[in-house]
Design a protein around this ligand. Structure first.
Ligand code: ADP
Length: 492
């Protein structure tokens, strides 16, 4: 049964544009998805066509709105792939260059050069590292591609936006050029402490302020859609970058709460409240969201290889046919049989930071079975995440009460149980896995009265599966950790 009011969430991902319609119970009642083209024009370059992002997004939107009375849709929320950079003409709405995607490494040299002189300044103001991942150097690169670009940007003829901004511009027919504080905090141009664009950083990057969007709250009415797209003019009332939206969708709304997304890699984020903590482990300090002018901050870190380890065992080693089979294989043995899997297939990230490290399977004997390797691989994912989360606890001086999880590999029960054991913290996995889109819907619904407060959201029915640390495993888990720490020391 469908019940109004609804909130429409647009989830503008890296490989597809999605739209989801949520009811007031927080249930997704309709979803649609449309993939778009990935362009790899050179080694290390990744581009999207901004027009294709828009048309696929509009397609998905119209598909979920089909048969729905637009007056039953209270608000639109947007969540998006972060950092991806678009520049377009104010007058025509035409992009001057393809979108440069967050994965694109073309500005690595620019970042290394700036890092020599300005690393501390950027770190202090933005909470980020000088890395090609973030928008600032991508935008500067686009401006250098044509002799007129800089002057046109200065006079306000060219506009910059991340994907949220681009979609807001399109949805409002060019009436609104805006972003939210969470997306702004990923650009290397935004002072996260003062909550505004930083003219000194802009000067270093060579970017005119006139081309930047207005920075709005993440939960507030910032514009209205054109009726031709949504049947009537609907308020756009929630915007957040994908990881931040997932943090909100998981209702990690209190300081110390953490969500970990188990996909190809792991994306981990901790709500640190109104305080921006500087990491001693090279974690990023970022804006989680801004509501009623108050900024909530987060610490963010990633494990480079998580589900990818399972893919490697499947595709390169042929140990399993499908990723979920790893669980059964790992359960075919009682323990890891002395095997440690160092998952450094693309170096090691936080808290180890050894980009040059390579992987290893250690402790092999004649008794070693495939099951032991499978089990050690799952332990490696849990242990890498535990190390990252423990670093977050040190940096924030907070102890996490509960770990909220999502992502494809979080469906693995053994992995989740190992995670609870290794971290000695309960792990909660929601049955509603659309946490990113749900975060955008929650932010939009809060600003338009669909929900009155975050307490109302907490009351929505959620069937979380909770994995508790197993007391009986205490000595076993201490042994796994000792073995991991010892073997990790040999690698580092
Ligand atoms: P992404 O968004 O990064 O593409 P997904 O959230 O779709 O990732 O998750 C896919 C990843 O999770 C793959 O790397 C896959 O190997 C892994 N995976 C999927 N199911 C399982 C499972 N049951 N156990 C362990 N890993 C899994």
């Amino acid at each position: 049964m469908k019940h109004a009011p609804y909130v429409l969430a647009l989830d503008a991902g890296t490989s597809s544009s999605r739209a989801l319609l949520f009811d007031a119970h927080g249930q997704a009642v309709a979803t649609a998805q449309s993939e778009f083209t990935q362009y790899f024009p050179r080694e290390g370059w990744v581009e999207h066509d901004p027009e294709e992002i828009w048309t696929t997004q509009l397609q998905a939107l119209m598909s979920v709105m089909d048969g729905v009375n637009p007056h039953d849709v209270a608000a639109v929320g947007i969540t998006n792939q972060r950092e991806t950079t678009v520049v377009w003409e104010r007058a025509t709405g035409r992009p001057v260059y393809p979108a440069i995607v967050w994965q694109d490494k073309r500005t690595a040299g620019d970042c290394a050069e700036m890092d020599r002189h300005h690393s501390q300044l950027f770190r202090q103001r933005t909470g980020l590292l000088l890395d090609p991942y973030f928008s600032g150097t991508k935008l500067a690169w686009i401006l250098r591609q044509h002799p007129d670009h800089h002057a046109r940007a200065q006079s306000g003829e060219l506009l910059f936006g991340t994907i949220d901004t681009w979609l807001i511009w399109k949805l409002t027919g060019g009436a609104v050029h805006a972003t939210d504080a969470s997306n702004a905090s990923r650009t290397l141009m935004f002072d996260i402490h003062r909550g505004q664009w930083d003219t000194e950083l802009l000067g270093i990057l060579g970017i005119p302020l006139a081309m930047l969007p207005e920075v709005c709250d993440s939960s507030a009415i910032i514009g209205h859609t054109l009726p031709e797209y949504t049947g009537r003019s609907i308020p756009i009332a929630g915007v957040a970058g994908d990881q931040q939206a997932a943090l909100f969708g998981q209702l990690c709304t209190a300081p110390g709460m953490v969500k970990n997304t188990y996909g190809t890699g792991c994306f981990c984020m901790m709500n640190t409240g109104t305080e921006a903590h500087t990491s001693t482990h090279r974690l990023l300090t970022t804006v989680a969201w801004r509501m009623q002018g108050i900024t909530t901050y987060a610490l963010e870190g990633g494990v480079f290889v998580a589900g990818a380890l399972i893919q490697w065992l499947r595709d390169q080693m042929g140990l399993i046919q499908t990723a979920p089979e790893i669980e059964e294989l790992a359960l075919s043995v009682a323990d890891n049989g002395g095997i440690t899997f160092i998952p450094a297939l693309s170096g090691l990230g936080a808290p180890y930071w050894r980009p040059d490290a390579t992987g290893a399977i250690m402790g092999i004997t004649r008794g070693t079975q495939a099951g032991h390797i499978a089990r050690a691989a799952l332990e490696a994912i849990a242990l890498s995440s535990a190390a990252l989360i423990e670093a977050m606890q040190v940096d924030s001086h907070m102890k996490i009460p509960l770990l909220k999880v999502d992502g494809g590999a979080s469906r693995n029960n053994l992995l989740m149980q190992l995670q609870a054991d290794m971290l000695d913290t309960p792990v909660a996995r929601p049955t509603q896995t659309e946490t990113t889109a749900m975060g955008a819907a929650f932010l939009a619904g809060l600003a338009t009265g669909v929900w009155g407060s975050t307490e109302d959201l907490q009351k929505l029915k959620r069937d979380d599966h909770i994995f508790y640390p197993r007391a009986a495993e205490l000595s076993g888990r201490a042994q796994i950790r000792r073995q991991w720490d010892q073997n990790m020391r040999r690698i580092l």
